[in-house]
Design a protein around this ligand. Structure first.
Ligand SMILES: [Zn+2]
Length: 289
């Protein structure tokens, strides 16, 4: 073989092998591209699922009530099978209570819906209630959240913002963010579980503002509702709440929530560890239990 032929052959071999290599790389790239497309598709599916909790609901089809009526706002704390404590409802009891609500066609309202009901008299189904948790226990994520999610229930957790990511018994920011996308609204229970009644006006303003700002930054949505730690508040508290753009607040006073009490003094139905299913039913079926 002449030198020229050898050179041509070598060039030909180089050309063929680089073409093959190019095709191989491109194939890999398109595989990767297809995978990415799948990820995007899956993401939009997740988004679709998440958004169902954020849709504005109209309740005109069912039997409805107007704001001359009261609504039970249930107050829970810890949900766990750990040792008994008044503040702790066992996971089994909680499941039993939620199952009762589901089987009896209760609607779990968001706080925005409750606010619209009170302020603009927007009707809600006759069997409506609100589920709230105080303090932000980690077991709310571990035990209550899977049950709420299974039943497609809305709920609100009032968190003590200084404990987030800092206390092993309390919620982490990742847990909070995950729940936010699945029907669980996160609102304020002050910065350090402060007894607002004992603080000066400026101190109250500070804890209300800081807890609200921290949560808004974390969640990227408005924080407008508060549950008073220890159920304690005074006139300064309400002034400070208005100053910080909170529009409703919840006490620990027993009873159903009614607009006549004022939107900063709403009652709640306390469900503790001692309540059996009959007591639960009694409290959510009788406005004057
Ligand atoms: Zn509390």
């Amino acid at each position: 073989m002449s030198l020229t032929k050898k050179i041509i052959l070598i060039f030909l071999l180089i050309f063929i092998s680089s073409t093959l290599a190019f095709m191989l790389i491109n194939n890999k790239k398109s595989e990767k591209y297809n995978k990415n497309i799948n990820v995007v598709n899956n993401k939009s599916k997740v988004k679709e699922h998440k958004n169902k909790y954020l849709e504005k609901r109209n309740f005109s089809c069912s039997e409805v009530i107007y704001n001359d009526k009261s609504i039970p706002v249930i107050m829970y704390h810890s949900i766990d099978n750990k040792e008994d404590s008044e503040l702790r409802v066992s996971t089994n009891k909680f499941l039993e209570q939620m199952t009762y609500l589901k089987e009896n066609n209760y609607t779990t309202l968001t706080l925005d819906e409750l606010y619209e009901f009170f302020i603009n008299n927007k009707p809600v189904p006759k069997k409506s209630l609100v589920i709230t948790f105080d303090d932000g226990y980690r077991d709310n994520y571990e035990n209550a959240y899977p049950i709420l999610k299974k039943f497609d229930f809305h709920a609100i957790i009032f968190v003590v913002t200084s404990t987030i990511d800092n206390d092993v018994n309390c919620l982490t920011s990742n847990q909070i963010k995950e729940m936010k996308f699945n029907g669980i609204d996160i609102q304020s229970h002050t910065l350090k579980h402060d007894n607002l009644y004992e603080l000066t006006y400026n101190e109250q303003l500070e804890t209300l503002k800081k807890s609200k700002n921290d949560l808004e930054k974390m969640l990227n949505n408005k924080v407008k509702y508060l549950a008073y730690p220890y159920g304690m508040w005074n006139d300064n508290t309400i002034k400070a709440l208005k100053e910080c753009d909170y529009i409703m607040a919840f006490t620990t006073n027993s009873g159903w929530a009614n607009k006549d009490n004022g939107l900063y003094k709403l009652n709640r139905v306390y469900i503790n560890g001692n309540a059996d299913l009959n007591e639960f039913k009694r409290r959510i079926n009788n406005a004057n239990y």
